[in-house]
Design a protein around this ligand. Structure first.
Ligand SMILES: *[C@@H]1O[C@H](CO)[C@@H](O)[C@H](O)[C@H]1NC(C)=O
Ligand SMILES: *[C@@H]1O[C@H](CO)[C@@H](O)[C@H](O)[C@H]1NC(C)=O
Ligand SMILES: *[C@@H]1O[C@H](CO)[C@@H](O)[C@H](O)[C@H]1NC(C)=O
Ligand SMILES: *[C@@H]1O[C@H](CO)[C@@H](O)[C@H](O)[C@H]1NC(C)=O
Length: 629
């Protein structure tokens, strides 16, 4: 299954156009561009070189920028033509181009391609340029951190239960008995099945190469109240639609999937015979159509009337509608006004901030529009306002969102500014909860510009696993035991089902507890003194120290990331170092899968030596399919 990213496509396009003597249906300037294409070096023509050479990537951006001044149909047809020639998955490729190219065409002409903008794009998306240093910004706060911290309510040793669901990626086209092994991005669909010659039949409950069938979701919703009958409230950290990034349009289709899913969730959460609790959702990158592209208020949306859906007003409106009943009548309009972010008070003493973190997502093309904004859409200032308000009231705060700031797909600059905010208000922030990676993970925040030590660890982001088994993962969800007064996490319990045994399940999925973080990671290096002591940031830091020192502890964490999937990849010493480094990178600039460098404004065409996990190299990732796996 070879799939390519738009940028790689253009490089192939270059080859194709250079060698294609037939075509001549374009205008003069378009032909001029094709002449330019001919002059590009062989180096550029190697798809592989785009991911290893900064200068090749920058040249490519120049090329697409040039093409962006031509007609939209020229850009799309050039890319599509090539796609058909070079890709087995031509329809999917074509779809991605049709949906995403008009946005790229709008954004690229504004960018300084040879300057910071271009280098940022090549670094953030392809990891092919050294990552430009962050632009320093001392985030302004309404008040300095108080010398004497306000007295907040103290633990009484009691806990409540909170449920976290994430990354459903429900596929309405999933049909049991269809083909599991196909050459498409996701399988288990009749359209991708040759019924005369099936290699492996899709089970009723899901497959590792496919998104989630409704049956799996229903079984999960029926199972939860049986084992957790007393849920105080639930959170849902985004990504309801399938990974069908080549066909998110017309918007009605994406919207319908979300409407229907939230209707199902209401049935379960609102029923006294089922979950009987509130659910607080956050916006994922797949909620948008086209995927990932959340415009800013300042964005120059193309003015053509048939493209007005790009403003996503329809999305915020429909989400606000779907979330009615869980959000108060007062909060509900906030979702629309505030591009998907809102606050709620699920229980007395706790403010929940649901943050639309797609404004830090590296595949949100709108964010590259020059000049690149430090606080896109003012979401960070809004967050500060809300935190200040809570500090003044002496209440605790939780932040929930789809993409964690420490994720490889969140801009370093944004994550740096975000970290300053967490540092300033760490005394009232008692939890952060994210999704997006599909894996069961953690991310630790440290005092701004402080050492990564237990003493300096200030906050933990719980990155919850996906329901979707895509890709090579078991389905899962988390339940937290939360201190009723401090709202700190006292335990994090992951449930999963062993999808490889699906054909043997007689009564549905074998949902079971996979592990309790308290039990799994309590050790001499990361010691939990009492049954009610919280899983603090310092404790989690010590768990990472234990992972450094004890292979067994690391192996446990590594296996849990995939929810104990039999398809879990081996993780050698480099991979282990990298994984631990990334857990400690609540500030994404501290990750170890990027080469950090001061940007001197010149092309650095060197071969990259940085450790690159698969996510950066896999081309499918780059249209937003594999990255969220
Ligand atoms: C059936 O599919 C397999 C693998 O996709 C292929 O190798 C084989 O040639 C196919 N057989 C027929 C009869 O089409
Ligand atoms: C903390 O960092 C400073 C430099 O930033 C360094 O000099 C110091 O040794 C570090 N302390 C520890 C305990 O690692
Ligand atoms: C942690 O482990 C130690 C030693 O194995 C045990 O004595 C202690 O009770 C455990 N703490 C918790 C909170 O489970
Ligand atoms: C973390 O480890 C350090 C060093 O061993 C220790 O001093 C500290 O008490 C530990 N903190 C927690 C919360 O486990």
């Amino acid at each position: 299954m070879k799939y390519t990213f738009i940028l790689s496509l253009v490089s192939i396009a270059t080859v194709a156009l250079a060698r294609d003597q037939q075509q001549s249906t374009f205008s003069l300037p378009e032909l001029q561009i094709q002449n330019d294409l001919n002059q590009l070096t062989d180096d550029l023509l190697q798809v592989e070189s785009i991911t290893t050479s900064c200068s090749s990537c920058i040249s490519l951006l120049h090329l697409i920028k040039k093409m962006s001044y031509m007609s939209e149909s020229f850009l799309i047809s050039t890319l599509t033509k090539v796609c058909k020639r070079t890709n087995k998955v031509d329809n999917e490729c074509e779809g991605v181009i049709r949906e995403q190219a008009p946005i790229i065409r709008k954004v690229l002409p504004s960018m300084t391609v040879s300057g910071r903008d271009g280098h940022l794009m090549c670094a953030a998306i392809l990891n092919s340029c050294p990552y430009p240093d962050i632009e320093h910004w001392n985030v302004p706060f309404p008040k300095p951190k108080p010398d004497i911290l306000p007295t907040l309510s103290k633990s009484r040793g009691r806990t409540m239960t909170v449920l976290q669901l994430s990354d459903w990626h429900i596929d309405p086209d999933y049909i049991p008995g269809s083909e599991v092994i196909c050459d498409k991005p996701i399988c288990c669909r009749p359209a991708y099945t040759d019924y005369t010659n099936i290699t492996k039949l899709a089970s009723i409950w899901g497959e590792y190469s496919c998104d989630t069938p409704l049956t799996l979701i229903k079984s999960l919703l029926d199972y939860i109240p049986k084992v957790e009958p007393d849920i105080t409230f639930g959170i849902m950290t985004g990504d309801v639609p399938p990974h069908e990034v080549w066909a998110t349009l017309p918007i009605l289709k994406t919207q319908l999937i979300q409407d229907e899913t939230y209707r199902l969730l209401h049935q379960h959460f609102d029923s006294p015979y089922s979950l009987d609790s509130m659910l607080y959702p956050a916006v994922g990158n797949h909620e948008a159509a086209p995927s990932n592209n959340f415009p800013l208020k300042s964005t120059n949306i193309p003015i053509e009337i048939e493209k007005d859906y790009l403003d996503l007003k329809w999305l915020y409106k429909s989400l606000a509608h779907s979330w009615r009943g869980w959000l108060s009548l007062k909060t509900n309009p906030q979702v629309e006004r505030n591009t998907g972010s809102y606050t709620a008070r699920p229980v007395r003493g706790l403010k929940l901030v649901s943050l639309n973190t797609n404004f830090c997502y590296t595949l949100n093309w709108w964010l590259y529009e020059h000049p690149i904004q430090k606080d896109p859409n003012g979401v960070l200032s809004w967050l500060i306002q809300e935190l200040q308000d809570s500090e003044d009231r002496a209440e605790r705060v939780w932040i929930i969102g789809h993409i964690a700031p420490g994720d490889s797909t969140c801009f370093h600059d944004y994550a740096n500014y975000y970290n300053q905010i967490i540092d300033r208000y760490s005394h009232i922030i008692s939890g952060q909860f994210f999704g997006h990676t599909h894996k069961d993970e953690m991310t630790i925040f440290y005092g701004h510009n402080k050492n990564q030590t237990a003493k300096e660890a200030i906050s933990v982001g719980y990155v919850a696993p996906s329901i979707t088994p895509f890709h090579n993962l078991n389905p899962g969800f988390r339940v937290y035991k939360i201190d009723t007064e401090t709202f700190e996490v006292v335990d994090s319990i992951t449930y999963t089902a062993d999808l490889d045994q699906a054909s043997a399940w007689l009564d549905g999925p074998n949902w079971h507890v996979e592990y309790s973080a308290r039990e799994a990671f309590n050790s001499t290096l990361a010691h939990l003194p009492s049954p009610s002591s919280p899983l603090s940031a310092a404790w989690w830091h010590n768990v990472t120290v234990d992972m450094e020192n004890n292979q067994e502890t690391f192996n446990k964490y590594h296996l849990f990331t995939t929810k104990s999937s039999p398809l879990t990849k081996e993780c050698d010493d480099d991979c282990r170092k990298n994984t631990i480094c990334n857990i400690r990178a609540g500030k994404s600039e501290q990750r170890c899968d990027y080469e950090s460098d001061v940007f001197h404004g010149e092309d650095i065409g060197t071969k990259r030596e940085t450790y690159k996990p698969e996510t950066h190299l896999c081309a499918m990732n780059l249209v937003g399919v594999r990255s969220q796996q």
